[in-house]
Structures are given as structure tokens and as C-alpha cells.
Design a protein around this ligand. Structure first.
Ligand code: NAD
Ligand code: ZCW
Length: 274
């Protein structure tokens, strides 16, 4: 049976079930990998103002020649921007750099500025969210969401705003499951799609014993086990690579892991915490 290849937001908009990540690919290098990704069949590209590559991400998408509605583009509001007017201004800069007239998904990159992790910015986040709601209601964004939000960061938005975030993009990979379970369950209970960023733990994950053994058992690669695991946990993986053969490999997830093997992977220790 063919597998479902989209997730659906609570407003009915569909998002392709794998996205191509572009963090740490500089603007002058990103054109080629995005082009390869599109050639391979990716129809969902993840960028951010903070990645400083929106210009050539947008150029690669435009030059590839698909209709605008055939590619799902996510970008993110700089984490240092907290406020209503500043969010509206930043959004205009982002769509201008990307060369598009609407975004498919726009996320608040983090509840706190990058250098001030943990700072309480809930009032600023609520103001930014109200601006995102306006952009959404004006038809300039098809779906709005957040990233790196814990339950305590989501709660002020749920309490004080009109639209429940449609997505939360969070770190999620084999080994991170136990730490993220409560947040993932909370999101799913509120119909918030969970996007799994760093699904390969930025490349650190692939030599683990359980992963390499399962790769052999299923006759796939370790990366494919990691990405398939995200899908089994109802999270949407965003793998990044600049190598064509890996970009291709990371899209080929047309197999399923048994319940027992998912449970085995749930118990793996986090490579980043050990
Ligand atoms: N919202 C956020 O704060 C946030 C944070 C981190 C990442 N992200 C998003 O998630 C994307 C992916 O996360 P990431 O960049 O941390 O990395 P990732 O977990 O996707 O790992 C990427 C690295 O894994 C290796 N790799 C990739 N494919 C491979 C394969 N098939 N075989 C062997 N090695 C392979 C390469 O070294 C590559 O650089 C980012 O590019 C970005 O779009 C978002
Ligand atoms: O998204 C990748 C990591 C990253 C780059 N800039 C940021 C700002 C806030 C939170 C995360 C990031």
C-alpha cells in the first residue's frame, strides 16, 4: 500500500512529509544542493532568515521552474525579533529575499534570542504571534508555527492568541525521544505538527550499534533508519546534506520499522548527552 506522503495542519493545508534542511549551507553554496533536492523530488525546503541563504534558496527554487504552489517553502522569523511591527517588517524582508509573494510556513525561530537561551520573552512572543496571525489572515502565509518552543513557551500563545500554532519544529532524533516525549505528546494533543530538526543529530548519530544493526536487517542505510524513525513517531524529518547521493538516499523512506524495533530505538541513549 502506498504510504501517506504529507502531514496535514489543523487548517487543512498539507506539508510534504520530508523537508530539505539548509542550515549551515552558505548563500553562495546553497543553489546547487537545493537544485539537486528539487531534481530528486523534494518539494519542501526549510530555511530561515538566520541562515542568511534565503536569496539563493529562492533563486534555486525559481530557476527550477515549478509552479509556486508545487514547492512548500518554510522560513523563520529571526529569534531576536520580538514584537508586532518588527515581525511584519522582518516578514517583508524574508519574502523579498526569497523572491516570493507568500510563504507556506513561517515559524518563530525560537522563544528566546540565540545568545540568550532561556530568557523569558513570552510577551514579545505573543506580540510576534499576533503579527503572524495578521499575515496569515491577510493570505501572505499559508500556515504559521513556532520552533524550539517548550510547553511553557506554547502556553501563553494558546492562552492569549486566536490561532493555535500549526507546527513546532524541535530537535528530534533517535535518542532524543524520552526527553521530547511530553512535548511531542502535548503538540499532538493540540493538533500541532511536530517537525524533527537535526534528525541525524547533525551527523553524529549514524554509527550507533542499534542503528547499524537495524540498517543491515532492513537492508537500508543508517540515515534511512534515523529518518524513518522520525516518521514512525509521527514527526516530520528535515535532513540536510550537500552530497547528491545522500540527498537521494534521505528521500527513500518507503519501508516501515516494526513496533518492536521502534521500541528498541526509543530506548537508545542520546549521543549528545552521554
Ligand atoms: N529550528 C531550528 O532551530 C533548527 C535547528 C537545527 C536544524 N534545523 C533544520 O533542520 C535541518 C537538519 O538539521 P541539521 O542541519 O542539524 O542536520 P541533520 O541532522 O540533518 O544532519 C546533517 C548532517 O548529517 C550528515 N548526513 C546527512 N545525510 C547523510 C547520509 N545519508 N549519510 C551519512 N551522513 C549524512 C552530514 O554530515 C550532514 O551535514 C537544518 O538544516 C535546518 O533546516 C532547524
Ligand atoms: O536553526 C538552526 C539553529 C539556529 C540558528 N539560529 C538560531 C536562532 C535561534 C534558534 C536556533 C537557531
Amino acid at each position: 500500500m502506498a504510504q501517506k506522503n504529507t502531514f496535514v495542519f489543523h487548517n487543512g493545508i498539507e506539508i510534504p512529509h520530508i523537508g530539505f534542511g539548509t542550515w549551515q549551507i552558505p548563500n553562495d553554496e546553497v543553489y546547487e544542493p537545493v537544485t539537486v533536492a528539487l531534481k530528486t523530488g523534494y518539494r519542501h525546503i526549510d530555511t530561515a532568515a538566520a541562515y542568511q541563504n534565503e536569496e539563493n534558496v529562492g533563486k534555486a527554487i525559481k530557476d527550477f521552474g515549478l509552479k509556486r504552489e508545487e514547492v512548500f517553502i518554510t522560513s523563520k522569523l529571526r529569534a531576536s525579533i520580538k514584537g508586532y511591527e518588527s515581525t511584519l517588517e522582518e516578514f517583508e524582508k524574508t519574502i523579498s529575499k526569497l523572491g516570493v509573494d507568500y510563504l507556506d510556513l513561517y515559524l518563530i525561530h525560537a522563544p528566546w534570542p540565540w545568545e540568550e537561551k532561556g530568557k523569558d520573552c513570552s510577551e514579545g512572543n505573543v506580540q510576534s504571534w499576533k503579527a503572524m496571525e495578521k499575515l496569515y489572515n491577510d493570505g501572505k502565509i499559508k500556515a504559521i508555527g513556532v520552533s524550539n518552543f517548550e510547553i511553557s513557551d506554547l502556553q501563553p500563545i494558546l492562552d492569549q492568541c486566536d490561532i493555535v500554532p500549526m507546527a513546532n519544529q524541535i530537535p528530534f532524533y533517535i535518542g532524543r525521544y524520552q526527553a521530547q516525549k511530553e512535548l511531542v505528546d502535548f503538540c499532538h494533543e493540540h493538533n500541532i505538527v511536530v517537525e524533527a530538526y537535526s534528525p541525524l543529530a547533525t551527523g553524529e548519530l549514524l554509527n550507533g550499534k542499534e542503528i547499524t544493526e537495524l540498517a543491515e536487517k532492513y537492508d537500508v542505510t543508517p540515515a534511512q533508519i534515523c529518518l524513518r524513525y522520525c516518521l514512525e513517531k509521527n514527526t516530520l524529518p528535515l535532513p540536510k546534506s550537500t552530497h547528491e547521493e545522500r540527498i537521494v538516499e534521505n528521500m527513500q523512506l518507503d519501508f516501515t520499522l516494526s513496533k518492536e524495533d521502534v521500541a528498541l530505538l526509543d530506548a537508545v541513549k542520546d549521543v549528545r548527552q552521554s
